[in-house]
Design a protein. Structure first.
Length: 202
């Protein structure tokens, strides 16, 4: 019988070590649909369990490890390209109150430290609509943001999120950053959801 999960819809409890997390980042790929995104892997199996532990069981150290893994993947996959700043697609204020943290902010901070550049909060959610658990059609409406323009003008930006499902959050955030004057925006996530027709596999 599999371990019991006290929270409906969440994977059963799983203890992770740093070695376990490092192993999950071994096969980073660049997904080219619905937009080009660097991902540590498909959102399933052990990677999905680790993301859930990070988000819903307050395993902040997992977020820090994921950030270091993404930094390694950025250096490998993006070659000579180097961002001026790292930023993230923020979750809602309500989610931060419930969880006690914004996992994407933690990932971005660790990633930036590894690359020896700044992590800057450039986006703030102005809506309280959550993406987690929303139907695919509802996700397409996407979040709304207030932008810190002064931090963006003329800069190359690495935009971080935890999981890409439809790509709507990242597309809205990327468009907001570019409209505020960012020179270039590239995206990176911990995991991506593979579509039914097989897109999103790299």
């Amino acid at each position: 019988m599999p371990p019991y999960s006290a929270t409906p819809g969440l994977p059963a409890h799983r203890h992770f070590t740093r070695h376990d997390i490092d192993r999950l980042g071994a096969d980073a790929i660049v997904v080219d649909w619905p937009l080009e995104v660097l991902s540590l892997g498909v959102y399933r199996g052990e990677l999905r369990h680790a993301v859930h532990a990070m988000k819903f069981r307050n395993r902040r150290w997992i977020a820090a490890n994921f950030g270091r893994l993404l930094a390694r993947a950025v250096a490998h996959q993006f070659g000579a390209w180097r961002p001026d700043i790292v930023t993230w697609a923020p979750t809602t204020v309500r989610r931060v109150r419930v969880r006690g943290h914004d996992q994407s902010a933690l990932i971005a901070a660790a990633l930036a430290r590894s690359l020896d550049i700044r992590s800057v909060r450039t986006l703030r959610r102005t809506d309280d609509r959550t993406q987690t658990g929303a139907a695919r059609e509802a996700r397409r409406h996407g979040p709304r943001y207030k932008i810190r323009r002064s931090a963006l003008r003329g800069r190359r930006v690495l935009l971080v999120d935890d999981v890409m499902t439809t790509g709507t959050t990242l597309m809205h955030a990327r468009e907001a950053l570019l409209s505020a004057g960012a020179l270039e925006v590239r995206c990176a996530v911990i995991a991506h959801v593979k579509t039914r027709d097989g897109r999103g596999v790299g």
